[in-house]
Ligand binder design. Structure first.
Ligand code: ADP
Ligand code: MG
Length: 269
């Protein structure tokens, strides 16, 4: 079963004089429970794709006719406003770039969970508190943090809280758009290992967007490489790492800090 299926996705930014083709005829699938990494240099169209999948794209972004985005067979583009409200938490949840700063500074952690759980699952305060404690435990955060404010938590902890909030309604697809770039390498790695275990336990799929190739190859089952709006290579992470086909991928690997084969396997995906 395919969680996400993208076919011939083209997205333009409509300008007063000319249009900019940010995403050009991109097709790929993310299977159920799969960890898919999408990489490419800054400006190649990764976030544009992530926003389109979440139906969060806004003008001047325009998805071209003929593009198709399916989540478990459902046409994302056909959803009306009402369907979208549920879709955003139950089907797809997105952790944005620098998400650790996206928590509301004047609300305690439990209240940030309550916002989502009340609106989208009709939970009472007590129910939301119990569910929030459960979700925090998934990302290794003790329940006493429920009453803390964001500024009382470290960057890595805030990041894990955002991820836990995203998992509130058991989404089928978790999109993470450069979620850990502001964190140090060790913390980044720990968070991704944690996500990797969770998606195996809970069964959701991950679309992980990054420009950190080493990290991507270590944690992903399959990867896609983008160049100037096009998906130039897609397949098993290990096979693309060992045997890149496209010139651009070869150049990317050559420019990447050394990674040893043994270590990649040790990473224990
Ligand atoms: P990435 O996430 O891979 O860094 P983006 O998807 O953010 O790339 O951007 C892809 C391209 O689209 C970039 O060249 C960027 O300048 C352009 N772009 C992004 N947002 C807009 C916008 N609102 N208006 C015009 N062009 C945009
Ligand atoms: Mg981006």
């Amino acid at each position: 079963m395919t969680t996400l299926s993208i076919r011939n996705l083209s997205i333009d930014y409509i300008g007063p004089r000319s249009d900019f083709h940010a995403v050009k005829d991109v097709s790929f699938d993310v299977g159920r429970g799969e960890f898919f990494g999408l990489a490419g240099e800054s400006g190649c169209g990764k976030s544009t794709i992530a926003f389109a999948i979440s139906r969060l794209h806004r003008p001047p972004a325009l998805i071209r006719k003929g593009s198709q985005i399916l989540i478990e067979g459902r046409d994302v583009m056909a959803l009306d406003d009402r369907a979208l409200r549920d879709f955003r938490w139950r089907e797809v949840a997105m952790v944005f770039q620098s998400a650790m700063n996206s928590l509301n500074p004047v609300l305690t952690i439990v209240d940030q969970f309550y916002d989502v759980l009340k609106t989208h699952a009709g939970m009472s305060r007590d129910q939301a508190r119990a569910r929030a404690a459960e979700l925090l435990a998934l990302v290794d955060i003790p329940a006493h943090r429920l009453d803390a404010y964001p500024h009382q938590c470290s960057g890595g902890m805030r990041q894990r809280i955002v991820i836990a909030i995203c998992l509130s309604l058991n989404p089928k697809l978790l999109i993470m758009d450069e979620p850990t770039t502001a964190l140090d390498v060790v913390v980044q790695h720990e968070i991704l290992q944690r996500i990797n275990k969770l998606r195996k336990d809970l069964g959701f799929s991950v679309l992980f967007i990054t420009h950190d190739l080493g990290l991507m190859v270590q944690v992903s089952d399959r990867i896609g490489i983008m160049l100037e709006g096009e998906l130039v290579e897609v397949g098993e992470a290990q096979s693309i790492y060992r045997n890149p086909q496209h010139d651009y991928t070869k150049r990317l690997w050559a420019a990447m800090p050394r990674l040893h084969g043994a270590r990649l396997q040790e990473a224990g995906r």
